[in-house]
Design a protein around this ligand. Sequence first.
Ligand SMILES: NC(=O)c1ccc[n+]([C@@H]2O[C@H](COP(=O)([O-])OP(=O)(O)OC[C@H]3O[C@@H](n4cnc5c(N)ncnc54)[C@H](OP(=O)(O)O)[C@@H]3O)[C@@H](O)[C@H]2O)c1
Length: 439
Amino acid sequence: MSNSLRLGIAGLGTVGAALVRIVQEKHDMLTARCGQSVVVTCVNARSKSKDRGVDLSNLTWIDDPVELAKSDDIDVYVELMGGDGDPAYSSVKAALENGKHVVTANKALLAKHGVELAEIAEQNGLLLNYEAAVAGGIPIIKVMRESLTANSVTRVFGILNGTCNYILTRMEDDGLSFEECLKDAQDLGFAEADPTFDIEGNDTAHKLSILASLAFGTRIAPDAIYLEGITKITIEDIEAARELGYRIKLLGVATKTPNGVESRVHPAMVPLGSAIAEIGGVTNAVSIEADTVGSLMMSGPGAGGDATASAVAGDICDIAKSKPGHQHGPALGQPAHSLLPHERSQMRAHEGGYFIRLTVQDKPGTMASIATRMAEQGISLESIVQRKHKKSGDEDSHAPIILVTHETTEHAINAALEGVKSDGRLVGHAQMIRIEKLT
Ligand SMILES: NC(=O)c1ccc[n+]([C@@H]2O[C@H](COP(=O)([O-])OP(=O)(O)OC[C@H]3O[C@@H](n4cnc5c(N)ncnc54)[C@H](OP(=O)(O)O)[C@@H]3O)[C@@H](O)[C@H]2O)c1
């Protein structure tokens, strides 16, 4: 290493350009805090001619990210291109194989190749830092990897996707449909033109897979996560939830159970007034429950150029402060080879309370049928509410019914709903939303 810590940055978009500006504008402060000057030497993006609003005139442009990653003119390779394939994967691997520390904000890359990359970093005595990959500006990785070393985590959960939280917040605040709120989020730049990855929960699953690995010492396994997005949530669900004292959030939850780690992403009811229910708009939050510290929650900006670059800069400063030749802590909190397998969650075995919204034929015996089918499965009801009738032309009138159950299993709920359906009482789809029990 030279006297300065030299950065090679691949990707000069929202986060990369913000990082270049922060490193340039805050040079003196960073030098004082890191005990070493931190400078950008080499950069790369797809288009060399695009104006990025930052001064790149003294920096070396290297066309190929893999060549940038191997360059003798850098000490740290900062990957801010995104994507789980090449060039992100091949360039990060090349950096680690060529003695460069790596900082990345790329959750998709880590979800797919994180264990392999962590292993290469360990073998070569290098740091692989990725604070910005989960919940943007919230320093949750550092907390889990370092500050909670003396804890056994029992549950980690959170609101990990700002787009979904924005949509659900607008639906409740303004009484708008899912489609209207999605369009609004796209117009404001909070949602991608193709929002599938966010609204179907995949983005949350990527982040949860990293948190679960850190929390429980398991291999990063996004495919092991039960996945359900927010596209089926209606304004009727949101209104009924509020009347019953709940708010709907898209949660990523990983829990230690006697059968292994249960990891799931789905819309969940959380009690109004709880800290997690109060997280609105694009804000993210992560909550950890552990034996020594108890419960803690961190909230803040989960995205945005400056907030994300803040986390990237923090990772870079940790590298500047690390001692050359010193054994670094493993990227995933424990040696990659010692991580346990993470089996796919069996949601049938999930235990909790359930919110169920049914539209039924308004005929005598319907309530009795529902009560009988629930009782057959040993499900005890906390409340059952029949709402106002809705006439639809010459057809029978339809009645919306809201059930809230006490703790039961998902297997029992599914069996009871099958029973109600086979009794011929159900009109359309039965909406089921899990109630997240908070401590
Ligand atoms: N934006 C956020 O708020 C946020 C929050 C947390 C984490 N992250 C993560 O941070 C990373 C960067 O996100 P971003 O929002 O900054 O993305 P972005 O605005 O789309 O920027 C991506 C940058 O990478 C460059 N790039 C893409 N493919 C490339 C290739 N094949 N070769 C060379 N350069 C390539 C692009 O070049 P051109 O500019 O020339 O097209 C662009 O400069 C992603 O992993 C993302 O998941 C972002």
